[in-house]
Design a protein around this ligand. Sequence first.
Ligand SMILES: Cc1cc2nc3c(=O)[nH]c(=O)nc-3n(C[C@H](O)[C@H](O)[C@H](O)COP(=O)(O)OP(=O)(O)OC[C@H]3O[C@@H](n4cnc5c(N)ncnc54)[C@H](O)[C@@H]3O)c2cc1C
Length: 342
Amino acid sequence: MPAPVSGSIMVVGGGISGLTTALEAAEVGYEVFLVEKEASLGGRVAQLKHYFPKLCPPTCGLEINYRRLKDNKNIKVFTMSEVQKVDGQAGDYTVTVKTRPRYVNENCTACGECAKVCETEISNDFNFGMNRRKAAYLPHNMAFPQRCVIDPAMSSDDRERVKAACKYDAVDFDMQEKTFDLKVGAVVFNTGWQPYDATRIDNLGFGRYQNVITNMMLERMAASNGPTEGKILRPSDEKAPQTIAFAQCAGSRDENHLSYCSYICCMASLKHATYLRAQYPDAKIYIYYIDLRTPGRKYEKFYANLKADENIFFVKGRYAAHLRSGQTGCRPELRRRRFYYQ
Ligand SMILES: Cc1cc2nc3c(=O)[nH]c(=O)nc-3n(C[C@H](O)[C@H](O)[C@H](O)COP(=O)(O)OP(=O)(O)OC[C@H]3O[C@@H](n4cnc5c(N)ncnc54)[C@H](O)[C@@H]3O)c2cc1C
């Protein structure tokens, strides 16, 4: 291996993996450039209500890492940024990075006055489109950096209002997209994962039936900073669900979709059962699975605790049924083949 020409490292992706990579490298003395495409670090973990197996809020882990990050002069963070090109060779790379304008500068204190006066609304991607947000917004309450963003869709009237409302002179509509090069000795990609497009799993009816949701949507609903402020409700009528079914391996271990196991969804559904149980002591919860994968002592114990709940039913078998158009209820004889709230 040739000795590195540059001592700098680029880490692409600011989720929990990228944050950890950047911090570990910076803390042993490397200069690190952390490049994140969203307006805030944290990745998917920031969208979760609790983290298994301890069931603690992800804020704990993220806050500790943000503290380490703030204390470390070796790390430079570029949010709203993506790698365009990597040239060079091992130990000596030139990476071209493009940064989108935030239209908000470092003066921002995240006071939220801009959002108050803004009338333009956009879909809230952080909540998977389950609600809308203002075109001037803080990405979420755990955002790092704690700085608002202005969406380019903001109307010109709103632009004037927002600029006038900001006491800190933080709004800057002259900001432009920037492209620049960085010299690094190594590049580490930690770009994480994307939810599978659930509309492609035709037999589950996602996108056709309001009460069929994905596990990440459930995370957002359960989170106190989510679209329902933490209350898990049936999207169709905002009432309490009485029967909830989890379709395991949806889009996984299936040659029509992804052939491999996601590793995480068994534990995610078991965790979701704890969310539901905390809110609905009598709800019936069905978990339809091919194999339950709860590796290691802690995960197995988590599963064992839930098995002791007499209203959580583990049903081995692959779901198959379609829901018929217009059907809103769940007939008892079909109940075991449904994957939505009743
Ligand atoms: C429903 C559900 C519940 C879960 N619950 C738990 C749990 O309780 N406990 C647990 O241990 N795990 C849980 N997980 C798994 C956990 O979400 C992942 O382990 C974790 O998100 C992995 O972090 P990551 O940094 O690798 O990826 P991500 O969280 O996906 O972060 C990747 C980051 O890279 C950024 N990025 C992507 N592409 C680019 C690009 N081209 N340029 C720059 N940046 C880019 C993204 O914006 C993001 O910030 C759960 C997963 C699911 C689906």
